[in-house]
Every structure is written in C-alpha cells, then in structure tokens.
Design a binder for this molecule. Structure first.
Ligand SMILES: *Cc1c(COP(=O)(O)O)cnc(C)c1O
Length: 397
C-alpha cells in the first residue's frame, strides 16, 4: 500500500529558500570547514540554550564521545545510562573504554529513573547520561541532586529534545554538557548529519574544543580552533607555530552545515510549536481508545515531541504491537516506528554480558511501545486519517 503524505517515517524538517540562500553564500566563499558560520552558529545555539559555550561537531555521537572526554572519563570508569535509547548513547562510552551499565526507566517519562539510579551507583561511577527520550526531559532535579551528593557528572543526551524545557530551563543547559544531533530525522537538521555540545564550564569547553580537532593549539595568531595562550608567544615576536597537546580526533562541522543550522535554529521554535499542536490533536483524537496509552507530559516541562509514543495493551486493544505495525502499514499505508529495542536485547550488549530480564520496566514498555508519525508538516487530513486508522484497528471501537 502506498504511504500517505505526512504519515511516512520522516521526522525531519524540510528545507526552504532561506537554507538554499545560506548555502549558496557559503559556497561562494569556498565552503570552508569550521569557519565564521560555525562560530556564529555556536554563539546563537549557546544563547538559545542559555549556556556560555557551544561547539559544533560532526554528529550527535561525536558530541557524546567528546563530552565524556571533556569530563575526563577514562577507560575503566563506570558510566550509567538508560537501556531505552538509540545505541549511540551507550556506544559512545563503550568505544571510549568505559564500563557501561544501565538504569531502568520511569514508565511515565520513559527517561532514566532517579529512584533506580541511586542503587546503581558505585565509588567508580563517574558519569550518568540521562536521555530526554522522545523529546521530554528526564527528572533532572533528582538526577542533579544525586550527582552533587555522589560526585558524578551529568551529560545530557538531548538529541531528541532540542528546545524542550524543564522548569523553565532548556534541555542541554542543566548537565555538565548537553549533546545534540542534527541528523536528518531530528527536530532540526544540518544537511543530514551534524551535532552540538553545550556547556557553561570553561575548562570542559576547552578540552572539548581541543579534542574535536586533533588537540591543535596555534600560538601567536588568532585561531578558530582553540583559545589563544598569549603567555606562550615569545615577547615581541608574533610568529605563528603549532603544537598538539595530545592525540585527538577530527569531529568538526563544515560551514555549509552551520549556515543551514543557523536558519534551522531560527525556525526551530515554530517547528516545535507545530509538533506540539499536532501532538495535542492526536491526544484529543485518540482519547479513550481502549488499550491505548498516550504520552504523559509532566506539567513542569515542555515536550519537543520528536516522536509520539503510544503503548498498546494487546489484551484490550485486541492486537499485539507487531500486528499493529503490520496492519497500519499494509491496511492503512501508515508507517509506525518502534523506538527502541532495549539495549540489553542487542547483540552488542549481550556480548558484554547483558541479558533479557534485567530491566523489567523498560522491557515491559518496549513490548508495547510504538511511535506514531508526527512532524511539523502534517495536515489536519493526515492527522484525521491517522486517528481514524488507530481507532479502526482497535477491537473495542
Ligand atoms: C540521534 C541520536 C543520537 C546520535 O546522534 P547522531 O547524530 O546520529 O550521531 C544519540 N542519542 C539519541 C537519543 C539519538 O536519538
């Protein structure tokens, strides 16, 4: 069956003439990497999030990896995150050599549960990565309070939640760092790939800036890559030389991406408002469908609605999640998502000793959870058809 417009799995936004113009301007300047557009994008993004610094990177996974490096996480350090996330969150820590363990989720927010976190802390626990899943912030006050008491750092995985707020604070401004992705499916995008790290810690920012680009320090000349240490410039001789503090990486963003990112950032609040409006339309339309659990938005947060999660109770709705996904596609032409498989089910983490049954809340949710199409472009007709389809497949309709 043909997929209906607006009901495909295509969460990302669309580009318009503003992005085209911004790209052409950069192209005519030689389309450099990490130039003025990146610096402007970083300034505007930091201002948007309410942090003092931001650094543009090549993707969200690089943002997570560099944040761990910026926080001084070393091989063998214990890092905790949620098993219900895109693998990048946990993989960034694993590839750095950290010892990763999971904390079960809160079934209301779908985020890492602070009540379960305390029991998982050991003397070696150095970092906790809450994921603002589907676009809603985790219980950050509780997590930050534990971090103060136990001395671990908090790195926010805000890849789903650009623009979301928690008690008036923007996602990415509460932890030591915040990590964002501008992958094509996210709420804003920079030509298919991209990412950003936000922080208000100057020392952590400097480490992130260094490791992003081979730990290059250029002395004696203003540089876009890192801070200038005037003390190392010989008196009276303002010549240029380069040094490397350590072996680092190349996780830079290009100016083409940044120019598009700046336009997307200006559009972001409007796009997120459309998502919220469409989400509310779905909530109203799907109210009282037997066996369908709608997302719960905590009153002290605004949800960025990257995805629209619903849980299907097979006994009451009359269909398993798998049958629902199949019927929606083949009978209704609607692509429904399944985000995500619990990471302890994955081969990658089974190889690392994890087993089914370790995270009962996550696993029970994952058995029932699907994500319905939600994006800023959906028309009322598309939303009505989606609502009608979910109702039509329900046994008790
Ligand atoms: C997309 C995503 C990432 C990784 O971002 P990339 O830009 O794809 O590397 C990390 N965590 C979560 C929760 C994501 O959804």
């Amino acid at each position: 069956m043909e997929i209906k417009h607006g009901l495909e799995i295509k969460f990302g936004t669309e580009y318009g003439p503003e992005e085209e113009q911004a790209m052409l301007a950069v192209l005519r300047k030689g389309a450099p990497t990490s130039g003025d557009e990146c610096i402007q994008f970083e300034k505007e993004f930091a201002a948007y999030c309410g942090t003092t610094h931001a650094r543009a990177v090549s993707n969200g996974t690089a943002a997570l990896f560099l944040s761990l490096i910026g926080a001084g996480i070393k091989p063998g350090d214990r890092v905790l995150t949620t098993p219900l996330t895109w693998i990048a969150t946990a993989a960034a820590a694993v590839t750095l050599g950290a010892e990763v363990d999971f904390v079960d989720i809160d079934p209301k927010t779908y985020g890492l549960d602070p009540r379960q976190l305390e029991r998982k802390l050991t003397a070696n626990t150095r970092a906790v990565l809450p994921v603002h899943l589907y676009g809603q912030c985790c219980d950050m006050d509780e997590i930050l309070e534990l971090s103060r008491r136990h001395g671990f750092v908090v790195i926010e995985d805000a890849c789903h939640a650009v623009g979301a707020t928690y008690k008036g604070r923007k996602s990415g401004s509460m932890g030591l760092t915040g990590c964002f992705s501008f992958h094509e499916q996210k709420n804003m995008s920079t030509l298919g790939e991209g990412g950003m790290i936000t922080t208000s810690d100057a020392a952590v920012f400097e480490r992130i800036a260094l490791y992003r680009s081979h730990c290059t320090r250029v002395y004696g000349k203003s540089t876009k890559y890192c801070s200038l240490d005037e003390s190392k410039v010989p008196m009276g001789k303002r010549f240029w030389w380069q040094d490397f503090d350590d072996c680092g990486y190349n996780f830079r963003m290009t100016d083409m991406q940044a120019a598009v990112g700046r336009v997307q950032l200006r559009k972001l609040d409007g796009l997120n408002q459309k998502r919220a409006r469409n989400a509310q339309y779905l909530m109203d339309g799907l109210k009282n469908v037997p066996g369908l659990k709608l997302p719960v938005v905590a009153p002290d947060r605004t949800h960025a609605f990257h995805l629209f999660p619903v849980e299907i109770d097979p006994e009451i709705y009359g269909m398993t999640k798998e049958d629902f996904v199949y019927a929606m596609l083949h009978e209704r032409g609607i692509k429904v998502g399944t985000h995500y498989i619990p990471l302890n089910y994955s081969t990658a983490f089974q190889k690392r000793g994890f087993r089914r049954g370790q995270y009962p809340v996550t696993e029970a949710v994952a058995e029932r959870l699907v994500t319905l199409p939600l994006n800023p472009r959906q028309t009322a007709e598309a939303l009505d058809y989606l609502i009608e389809s979910v109702r039509a497949l329900c046994r008790g309709k």
